[in-house]
Design a protein around this ligand. Structure first.
Ligand code: ADP
Ligand code: MG
Length: 348
């Protein structure tokens, strides 16, 4: 077969890592991004800088590639849908439309008889007033949220009057779960209904941003089995093609909840680069490009540490690493507070 060119919408670190994985498989990548300084520019074969609603550039992009995927979920549905008429987009645009809306996403999960947090749709500030039962809770924008952005914790009814937020957006109010732990499952579904499923990853967040991930997760057999079962059920129901991440909460009574679905490769799966024979990125490329499926094999236990803001500096300055430590610099120009700048994976 002649060489495949994969188009990727979005040029963040996930786009970079997808490009690196594609290169290993002799697949060329074209990244399309609305950030001229996108990190993935350093790793792809070709780069298009334009807004996601620029029809002319979107057409140019489609002409250059054989197949299209995306590395973040907030690509306008219209863009994905138009592109899909020109070249196959995977995962399907309809999957993205469902998941990029927190209310539709949670309704979908509940219809599968899978537990989520309790939630309610909020259009106006007054909608919150009778909802003391949902407090303490978190108000979340229905769209465009990530890394805790667009989230507002509310402790009690008294706090509602002083809330200073923009109700031009739509929200959901979610009851706070008393968390024991958070885990995630990364699963790759291939077109022939086959799966590669990684073992559950245990995640620690600080200020709603992922800080640490590790395998093995310290969880009961019940949670281990149920999380895998739910992840496969969700991927199956979506007829998903590619790598998908399901984020879970575990409460203090060892109940499992699906928190959210990411229709893409995920930060908590970065350790698969070093800890498995085939990473989440390589598996995504294999699935969307219809390449051969290689059974995954775990090579090592591992821990991943996100380097946020200034934490990248000592590593950039050449801090000496041990043989079991792997440093990834996303090559973002500006160091910003709360911005994921790189990560470190430690095999153990
Ligand atoms: P994002 O899209 O920003 O990742 P999430 O809904 O996953 O948004 O929230 C980020 C983090 O905030 C979660 O991983 C968890 O640590 C905390 N969090 C969010 N919602 C709840 C909740 N209902 N109960 C307890 N913790 C929550
Ligand atoms: Mg999340």
């Amino acid at each position: 077969m002649s060489q495949i060119t994969l188009g990727i919408l979005g040029g963040g670190q996930l786009g970079s890592m997808l490009s690196v994985a594609a290169k290993k498989l002799n697949i060329k990548t074209v990244i399309y991004c609305n950030d001229e300084e996108a990190p993935a520019k350093n790793f792809c074969d070709d780069f298009i800088y334009a807004e996601y609603d620029n029809n002319e550039k979107i057409n140019d992009f489609a002409k250059k590639v054989d197949i299209i995927t995306y590395e973040f979920e907030n690509i306008p549905f219209e863009t994905l849908n138009e592109l899909n008429k020109l070249k196959t987009v995977l995962p399907k645009p309809s999957v993205n439309r469902l998941i990029q809306h927190r209310l539709a996403e949670k309704d979908f999960i509940n219809k599968l008889n899978i537990r989520t947090t309790r939630y309610v749709y909020i259009e106006r500030k007054e909608d919150l007033l009778p909802l003391g039962d949902f407090l303490p809770g978190i108000l979340k924008t229905t769209t465009m949220g990530y890394d805790g952005k667009g989230q507002f914790p509310i402790k009690n009814i008294e706090e509602i009057s002083s809330l200073n937020i923009n109700f031009d957006n739509e929200y959901i109010l979610e009851k706070l779960v008393k968390l024991k732990k958070e885990i995630s499952i990364i699963v790759t579904r291939f077109k022939n209904n086959k799966y590669e499923i990684y073992e559950p990853v245990e995640n620690t967040h600080e200020n709603q941003i992922l800080k640490h991930s590790k395998i093995p997760a310290e969880i009961s057999k019940k949670i281990f089995d149920q999380s895998k079962e739910w992840a496969v059920l969700i991927a199956e129901e979506l007829k998903y093609v590619g790598t998908l991440c399901i984020e879970f909460f575990i409460d203090r009574n060892d109940n499992l909840y699906v928190n959210e679905i990411a229709p893409r490769v995920h930060n908590s799966g970065h350790l698969t680069i070093n800890a498995y024979n085939v990473s989440q990125f390589e598996n995504h490329v294999r699935a969307v490009c219809s390449l051969e499926q290689v059974p995954i094999k775990k090579l090592s236990n591992a821990k991943m540490i996100n380097l946020i803001g200034n934490q990248i500096i000592p590593y950039r300055e050449g801090l000496k690493l041990k043989d079991n430590q792997f440093f990834f610099d996303y090559l973002k120009k500006d160091i910003k507070e709360k911005r994921k700048m790189g990560h470190l994976t430690i095999l153990e």
